[in-house]
Design a protein around this ligand. Structure first.
Ligand code: SAM
Length: 269
């Protein structure tokens, strides 16, 4: 049966890739020695899936829009692939083993949530290859002392070294999005739990988030306002840890955030 014509759903971030050139480039960037460990988030009508299927016949897809499934199946045809009709934010990745290699042209409205959820599943995740808004990708790969360096930068760089692979022009999509897109990739560092035990991740990320909550202010001041710890005590600890007491959140890289967290840890608990 032929699938019917679909109106793209804005609330599901449906901007479909219509360029086989870019779809193939994304699929070619994914590396996995086990095809059953490759997962595509949001396959939509299958623009990228068709190329993933070529390289990874037993790959998995997670799509929540029931209406689009007939078009997807029509495009990719039969095979050994598995489709999970589910909201990715509710999906239990543990059932799929590890290391997972996750790829997707992400729905932009929930891209940051998907990135957080999948990275928190590390080190069971081996790599992610995601298309997101260019501005979001630039924040993810940002360097210290730049305006783009923010919570998402530190969160992502905690798990590895993200790189932008290429940008994709507006004309490669239907409907045309308002902003350009970029594909970024990161291999997950398998030593993360040696650097910080998993049970401390949440408190570390809350610490970083507090630090960025008033990014124009000096870090000692914003941390003091957020945690209630005396500003002078924080400033003294900053100096002891080898930092200038006037630093701002955007001046630090992820290793420095970790060092600071470990230094101030006793005061935070
Ligand atoms: N991969 C296709 C392409 O490149 O043309 C579609 C990409 S489109 C930007 C995002 C896709 O994610 C849509 O198919 C949408 O239905 C799906 N999606 C949106 N929210 C989702 C969620 N919470 N869980 C799973 N899929 C979702």
């Amino acid at each position: 049966m032929k699938s019917k014509v679909l109106v793209p759903k804005k609330r599901l971030g449906q901007n479909f890739l219509i360029s086989p050139y870019y779809a193939r480039r994304i699929a070619s960037a994914v590396e996995s020695s086990d095809d059953s460990k490759v997962i595509e988030i949001g396959p939509g009508k299958g623009a990228l899936s068709i190329f993933l299927k070529e390289r990874f016949p037993r790959f998995h897809m997670i799509e929540m829009d029931n209406d689009i499934i007939p078009s997807l199946k029509e495009k990719i045809g039969d095979g050994k692939w598995t489709l999970h009709v589910s909201d990715v934010l509710e999906f239990d990745f543990r059932a799929l083993g590890s290391p997972l290699h996750i790829v997707g042209n992400l729905p932009y409205n929930i891209a940051a949530l998907i990135i957080k959820k999948t990275l928190l599943h590390s080190p069971k995740v081996g790599s992610v290859t995601y298309m997101v808004q260019r501005e979001v990708a630039e924040r993810i790969v940002a360097a210290p002392h730049t305006k783009q360096n923010g919570f998402l930068t530190i969160f992502c760089q905690f798990f590895g070294s993200p790189k932008i692979l290429f940008n994709i022009p507006l004309g490669a999509f239907v409907p045309k999005p308002k902003v350009e897109s970029s594909v970024f990739q990161m291999n997950i560092d398998d030593q993360i739990e040696d650097r910080l035990r998993r049970k401390d991740w949440e408190s570390f990320f809350a610490f970083v988030s507090n630090g960025f909550s008033m990014r124009r202010k000096m870090l000692a001041k914003s941390l003091s306002l957020k945690t209630g710890i005396d500003k002078q005590a924080i400033a003294d600890n900053l100096i002891q840890a080898g930092f200038n007491k006037k630093i701002r959140a955007e001046d630090l890289n992820v290793h420095e955030w970790l060092r600071l967290y470990l230094q101030l840890g006793a005061m935070l608990k």
